[in-house]
Design a binder for this molecule. Structure first.
Ligand code: 3MF
Ligand code: MG
Length: 343
C-alpha cells in the first residue's frame, strides 16, 4: 500500500503535437480521460481554469461557476477529487508579454480577472489550491522589463489573490525557462522568497516539478527538501528530463533513476502527503506512441514511483549511519546502487 495519493492533469494525455509537427494521436474526450485516470489508480485531477470551463472568457462570472459545478459532478461520479486549478495565462493574446508582469496595465487586469475566476472555479470544484505556473512571466528581450518591477508585480498579484479569498492557498510552480527565456521565479528558492514577501506567507508555497529543477541545473530531490524544510511543499510534479534542453516531461525515473529514488525517499522520510498533498505525475507520452498507448506513460510512471517507494522503505538506515560514521561514502553509494539494481 502506497502512503501517497496521486494526481494527473488532462494535459498529460495529449495528441503528440510539438513545435515542429502536428498531432499524431486522436483527441480523447474529457470524461473518458477522467474515467481512465480512476481505473489506472489516480485519486485526483489537476485543472487549468479552462479545462474545467472552456470558453470562460465569453462567460459571465456566475456562468463560470455554474459550468465548474458540472465538472464537480463529473468528478464525484468517478470518485475523484480536484487537486488544484491553475489560471492558464499563456495562451491568450492578452498574455503574450506575461500576465501579472506584463508591461501593459490592461493585460495585467485581464490576468487578475483570470486569477480570480480560477479561485471561483477551485471553490466550485471543492479544492483550495491555486497553482501558478508562470509560463510567460519573464523576458525574451532582457531590457524590456525591469526584474525589480516584475518581481514586485508578481508579489502584488499574489497578494490580491490572497485578499480575494481568505482560504485559498497559492502554489508557485517554478520553472527557469520555456516558453519564456528568463523567468521571474525560476527555482523553489525564489518561490519561498516570494512567499515570505507576500501578505500571508502561510498561504503561499511551492510546487516542484522534477524536469523544471533539472532545467535549472538543480537537483529535484534537493529542491523538494528545501521546500519541505520550510513546510511549504504543497505539490510535486514528478517526471524526468534528459539534461538541460527542451522540457521533455518524460515518464518518472526513466532517465535518472537514482535521482528519482532520492525524490521519493525525501518525500517518504518527511511524510509528504500528511496534510492531503498529492504526488502529481506531469508526464507526456512520446510523440511516436500510437493511440492505444495513450496512457502507458501514466501507468509506467505510477508503477515506477511505487517501486521506488518500496525501495525507499527498505533503505537500511543503520547501514547508512555506519557508513557515515566511517566516512565511507563509496560503500554507501554502492549500497544504494545495489538497492536499486537488485530485485
Ligand atoms: C509546464 C508545466 C505545466 C504545469 C501546469 C499546471 C502544462 O512545464 O509543467 O503543464 O504543470 O500548467 O501547473
Ligand atoms: Mg508541471
Amino acid at each position: 500500500m502506497s502512503q501517497f495519493k496521486y494526481s494527473v492533469g488532462p494535459w498529460n494525455v495529449h495528441e503528440g503535437a510539438d513545435a515542429y509537427g502536428p498531432a499524431t494521436r486522436k483527441t480523447i474526450p474529457f470524461e473518458e480521460k477522467i474515467k481512465r485516470f480512476k481505473e489506472i489508480g489516480f485519486d485526483a485531477v489537476q485543472f487549468h481554469d479552462d479545462d474545467a470551463v472552456p470558453n470562460m472568457n465569453e462567460l459571465s462570472e456566475s456562468e463560470i461557476i455554474e459550468e465548474a459545478k458540472k465538472v464537480k459532478a463529473l468528478l464525484d461520479k468517478y470518485d475523484l477529487k480536484a487537486e488544484f486549478v491553475a489560471p492558464r495565462l499563456w495562451m491568450d493574446q492578452r498574455t503574450i508579454d506575461g500576465g501579472f508582469t506584463s508591461n501593459s496595465e490592461k493585460d495585467r487586469e485581464f490576468a487578475m480577472w483570470r486569477a480570480y475566476r480560477s479561485i471561483d472555479i477551485a471553490n466550485a470544484l471543492g479544492c483550495d489550491k491555486i497553482v501558478l505556473w508562470l509560463a510567460r512571466e519573464g523576458t525574451l528581450c532582457y531590457e524590456s522589463k525591469s526584474p525589480v518591477q516584475a518581481t514586485k508585480r508578481l508579489i502584488d498579484a499574489i497578494n490580491k489573490m490572497l485578499a480575494y479569498d481568505e482560504n485559498i492557498k497559492i502554489l508557485i510552480e517554478t520553472k527557469p525557462n520555456e516558453p519564456i527565456d528568463r523567468s521571474v521565479c525560476p527555482t523553489i528558492g525564489h518561490a519561498m522568497a516570494t512567499s515570505a514577501a507576500s501578505i500571508d506567507p502561510s498561504r503561499v508555497g511551492g510546487l516542484l516539478e522534477s524536469a523544471h529543477a533539472i532545467l535549472a541545473g538543480l537537483d529535484p530531490a534537493s529542491e523538494i527538501g528545501f521546500a519541505m524544510a520550510m513546510g511549504k511543499l504543497w505539490g510535486v510534479h514528478l517526471n524526468d528530463q534528459n539534461g538541460m534542453k527542451f522540457d521533455q516531461d518524460k515518464s518518472f525515473g526513466v532517465e535518472n533513476l537514482r535521482q528519482a529514488f532520492n525524490q521519493i525517499k525525501v518525500l517518504v522520510e518527511n511524510d509528504y502527503g500528511k496534510n492531503g498533498e498529492y504526488i502529481g505525475l506531469d508526464v507526456k507520452a512520446m510523440r511516436t506512441q500510437k493511440d492505444e498507448g495513450s496512457y502507458k506513460h501514466l501507468e509506467n510512471s505510477l508503477k515506477i514511483a511505487k517501486m521506488l517507494e518500496e525501495k525507499a522503505l527498505r533503505f537500511d538506515y543503520d547501514y547508512q549511519a555506519k557508513c557515515v560514521a566511517e566516512r565511507d561514502y563509496e560503500a554507501l553509494e554502492m549500497y544504494v546502487m545495489e538497492l536499486l539494481m537488485k530485485g
